[in-house]
Design a protein around this ligand. Structure first.
Ligand code: PA5
Length: 472
């Protein structure tokens, strides 16, 4: 077969194990893909037309190209933070936390915070994306307020969790007679929300803008993700270059040439055929949190109950996070023999940043097959073996291959997933950029805590009592 010319710089996607050729009657035929060609081309055109438009929440498509000045400013700020602080804490939740967490895990040493200062490229790094009081107490036990910078990230500047964390930190700074503007950086909307007001009240807290047309889950390539990554010494220019590189690879409306469009088409067909679960399984500890970031992107974007036409529906695919090889010893049994309701996406790495040779010294007898190899070879072999086992069992799976885990390739993967999500949303004819289900929970929290204007909802919630018969 004639090989396609793909740049060695590219993250590639191998869909072979989704097809009839590999899976026989359980696979997707070329005819089936071609049946969706018109829908895919329409989705592509819709995404193309709305690129960069704030009203359509498509501002994220331009992030790889539009931030030269912001990047300069971020690099300068990051340099100062590295000089002054021992710890950098992100306070945020959802789209305002998952990206920074994912990028740090991907690009930093896996025990970054435990490394001595001279071996770290920046301050210790924490992402506090929950309001468990124990977690807050324990964080305060390990940071020195005087030497900590807090990056408060909230697009709305209203999210109860993030505002609560901020109120606690502000009080502590005040009690310690520390000037809040020396210890806080806000990343938020240009005009709206409490962070804008607070920044002024506190005498001008440094602010980064989360642009209008960029929703939380599409914000990693904005200051939301760039500042934390830069503070810890990650190459944010390479991250953006990687995103632009993938964008360029997705310029065609031919599904056989555009990896993000093919992913959307494959997933769309799978969803239509009852594959309601999408497993994301990186074979890399560095990429572990990429599954969390992707889970939000895919779930919040596609889990909708209304088409753009107003027609009712209940669509989406439940993302499941797994880690290779760890979950081979936990979930893979289900993936191989359980219900035919999943698509498994592997994230494979061609060259790990460490090989870790396995010594032959004690590798005799039954262990001799291991000696002389490397852990890299073993993890790669297990990755291929799992894909093979799934294929033999007729299970849909495909592989996203990163030449290496670094900022450039991570940028490619992020943009691949973002475009795939936008195309899939357009194919499903839903709004992939809102999150009314999340908002409902936020409003109920306001009501329960007595926020002004939510009295009616509070009344409704107080009627929502448990039935004693069912409390056992
Ligand atoms: O993707 C989203 O829009 C949400 O997950 C938000 O990011 C999350 O609810 C936090 O919102 P905010 O950034 O406004 O505090």
């Amino acid at each position: 077969m004639k090989q396609k010319q793909i740049s060695p710089q590219a993250v590639t996607v191998d869909f072979t194990n989704m097809t009839k050729k590999a899976l026989k009657d359980k696979g997707i035929s070329e005819e089936r893909i071609l049946e969706e060609e018109t829908r895919a081309k329409k989705a592509f055109a819709q995404v193309q037309e709305s690129r960069g438009q704030n009203a359509a929440m498509m501002g994220w498509t331009e992030l790889p190209y539009s931030q030269e000045e912001i990047v300069e400013d971020i690099l300068e700020t990051a340099k100062n933070i590295r000089k002054k602080f021992d710890a950098f804490v992100v306070l945020g939740i959802g789209g305002s936390a998952l990206g920074p967490q994912m990028a740090a895990s991907a690009l930093l040493h896996l025990h970054y915070n435990e490394l001595p200062r001279q071996k770290r490229r920046g301050p210790r790094f924490y992402v506090e994306d929950n309001i468990d009081p124990v977690r807050m107490r324990d964080l305060l036990d390990v940071i020195d307020l005087k030497k900590t910078c807090f990056n408060v990230i909230s697009k709305s500047g209203a999210t109860s969790e993030t505002m609560t964390q901020l109120l606690i930190i502000l009080d502590l700074l005040n009690k310690a007679k520390l000037d809040p503007k020396d210890h806080l950086i806000f990343t938020t909307d240009a005009k709206k929300g409490n962070l804008v007001k607070l920044s002024e009240k506190l005498g001008g807290v440094k602010r980064y803008i989360l642009p209008d047309g960029v929703g939380g889950r599409f914000s990693e390539l904005s200051p939301v993700g760039l500042l934390p990554a830069a503070v810890t010494g990650c190459d944010i220019c390479a991250l953006l270059r990687g995103a632009a590189f993938m964008d360029d690879r997705c310029k065609s409306d031919n599904v056989f040439e555009n990896p993000a469009l093919m992913s959307a088409v494959m997933q769309y067909i799978a969803i239509c055929e009852g594959k309601n679960i999408g497993v994301m399984m990186p074979y890399s500890d560095n990429l572990r949190y990429l599954s969390d970031w992707y889970a939000q992107l895919w779930a919040e974007s596609l889990g909708k109950n209304k088409r753009l036409t107003g027609e009712s529906c209940n669509v989406g695919q439940t993302p499941v996070k797994a880690l290779g090889v760890t979950d081979q010893h936990s979930q893979v049994q289900l993936y191989t023999e359980g219900p035919f309701d999943k698509v498994v996406t592997f994230l494979s790495v061609e060259s790990y940043n460490s090989k870790m040779p396995i010594s032959k010294t004690y590798a005799d007898g039954e262990l001799s097959f291991l000696g002389g190899h490397t852990m890299e070879e073993l993890i790669q072999a297990e990755n291929s073996a799992t894909a093979y086992a799934l294929k033999k069992a007729g299970r849909l799976n495909y592989t996203i291959r990163l030449p290496q885990v670094n900022a450039f390739y991570l940028g490619q993967v992020l943009f691949l997933f973002e475009l795939q999500t936008a195309y899939a949303g357009a194919m499903l004819q839903i709004n992939a950029f809102d999150q009314p289900g999340v908002e409902a929970g936020k409003q109920a929290t306001f009501a329960l805590l007595g926020k002004e204007g939510y009295e009616k909802l509070r009344e409704e919630l107080s009627d929502d009592e448990s039935d004693p018969k069912y409390v056992i």
